[in-house]
Design a protein around this ligand. Structure first.
Ligand code: G3H
Ligand code: 13P
Ligand code: ZN
Length: 283
């Protein structure tokens, strides 16, 4: 069932759980996510980055995600992850995405407000939900490279003003997570999360959530995180599945035999996340 991002995340916000937003780049990933959602009876967000859309094509991603959503009884939203290009955002809306992210986090506050407001106005006019980012999340994201040294956490006062002026539906905040694999254990600023949630009283998004220990994920959810972005853990599961199979079966050359086990590996990881985030059984 294809629904807007807001519909999924407002329920999560009201009831105090989080929904996984999993990055898709090909058919096997879409299938792994949707099968996991069906098996756990979980709402889910299929998201594609600009890099993912460049790789697979926006029409292919949209078509696969729509088929996945329409053949599942659970609520599914199709979301653009880290949109930085206005034209690309419009193309996603045109192709049936039900949620888009405008990532203006590299700009000064005023500019971030201005571009976010513009996207919100257009997206809301056609029933599409909008995520924005305030503060800088460390690591590498799409075309934006944010050196961890320069990463800055979200300021609660700015967040309040940002939401009021832009009308955004959910906000990605920087509280110490980073994209990609962690070197040490990430230390999250839970006090900051608590203050931001109390002040905004709206769905909050956590990026760079692969590799964050279960305890920290659960604490973040209890303090108000409602959308949890996962990419790297899926990539690693895919990699494990393909490598193990190829190493053990060097003579097999059928792509279905090679990618099938990878799809299973990804599904297992995604099921674990859905249970951990509290979305299992909420559909
Ligand atoms: O936040 C970034 C996501 O992991 C997407 O990464 O731009 O390599 O597709 P990507
Ligand atoms: P990870 O790759 O660290 O899971 O981050 C995913 C993400 O934030 C996508 O926007
Ligand atoms: Zn991200």
């Amino acid at each position: 069932m294809l629904v807007s991002g807001k519909e999924i995340l407002l329920d999560a916000h009201k009831k105090g759980y989080a929904v996984g937003a999993f990055n898709v780049n090909n058919m096997e990933i879409v299938q792994a996510i949707i099968e996991a959602a069906k098996e756990t009876n979980s709402p889910v967000i299929l998201q594609a980055s600009q890099g993912g859309l460049k790789y697979a094509g926006v029409e292919y991603i949209a078509a696969m995600a729509k088929v996945a959503a329409e053949t599942a009884k659970v609520p599914v939203a199709i979301h653009l992850d880290h949109g930085t290009d206005f034209v690309q955002i419009m193309k996603c809306i045109r192709n049936g995405f039900t949620s888009v992210m405008i990532d203006g986090s590299k700009y000064p506050l005023e500019e971030n407000i201005a571009i976010t407001k513009k996207v919100v106005e257009i997206a809301h006019a056609v029933g599409v939900s909008v995520e924005a980012e305030l503060g800088k999340i460390g690591g590498t994201e799409d075309d934006i490279t944010v050196d961890e040294r320069d990463a800055t956490f979200t300021d609660p006062d700015e967040a309040e003003r940002f939401v009021k002026e832009t009308g955004v539906d959910y906000l990605a905040i920087a509280i110490g997570t980073a994209h990609g694999p962690y070197k040490g254990e990430p230390k999250l600023d839970f006090d900051r999360l608590k203050v931001i949630k109390e002040r905004l009283n709206m769905p909050i998004v956590l990026h760079g959530s692969s590799g964050v220990p279960e305890e920290s994920i659960k604490k973040s959810v209890s303090l108000g995180v409602n959308k949890i972005n996962i990419d790297t853990d899926i990539r690693m599961a895919f990699n494990k599945g393909v490598r193990e199979f190829v190493e053990n079966n060097p003579d097999v050359y059928d792509p279905r035999k090679i990618l099938g086990p990878a799809r299973e590996e990804m599904k297992k990881v995604i099921i674990e996340k859905m249970i951990m985030f509290g979305s299992a059984g909420r559909a």
